[in-house]
Design a protein. Sequence first.
Length: 250
Amino acid sequence: MSPLHDPWFLAAAVIAILLLGLSKGGFAGIGAIGTPLLALVAGPVEAAAIMLPILIAQDVVGVWAFRHSWDKAVIAVMLPAAAIGVGLAYLFATRVPEGAMQIALGAISILFAIRSLWMQRGGRIPAPTNPPRWFGFAMGLASGITSQIAHAGQPPFQIYVLPRRLPRDILVGTTAIFFAALNWIKVPAYLALGQFTRAHLMTSLMLLPIAIPSTLAGVWLVRRVDADRFYTLIYWLMLLIGMKLVYDGL
């Protein structure tokens, strides 16, 4: 039976997809709250598996738009490491109970929220202005692990890439292509975990239409709302959800 028969799941899923669409539409970063929010009413691996096909579908637009604008050197360093990270996270998921996965997802959410609030208030995370390749590999590995567990691979990716000061279109294109490729790399892991069931895929398909208008809504809203207050609200909410997941997993 589809999880959509559960009204609590349906409510959480709709909110998660709306936030994901807003993220794609211009509110970068807030989409990371989707999987933790959905995990409050479903297993963490189940929640991530339902979100993945939606992410893959949305990646098509970004990849097509920026297919000629991306940094090959960044992809060459980070993507192989990210693939290893996905494999490590898959092994972790197969060997630990669901409670431990909730704690891991909650911890990632808490760290993401604290980092985002810190950066929003003018804080800086030290990083070399010309990061060496080994640092890119390490951040790629971290991005693969956090992306596999929570679809939250942006912070490690940004820590390596942003100090490189790439031109805007190159930065956006590199980000789009990296995460599009990474999302496809995650597919075999979720297949091996048995999470691409008919019910889960049907749930993803039924939720997909919500993501399209919410992306357009993000483009519209980003020009009309106080972005700082909106981000602050989302990050505090993510912090609370992360704490709840850790509590539930203990």
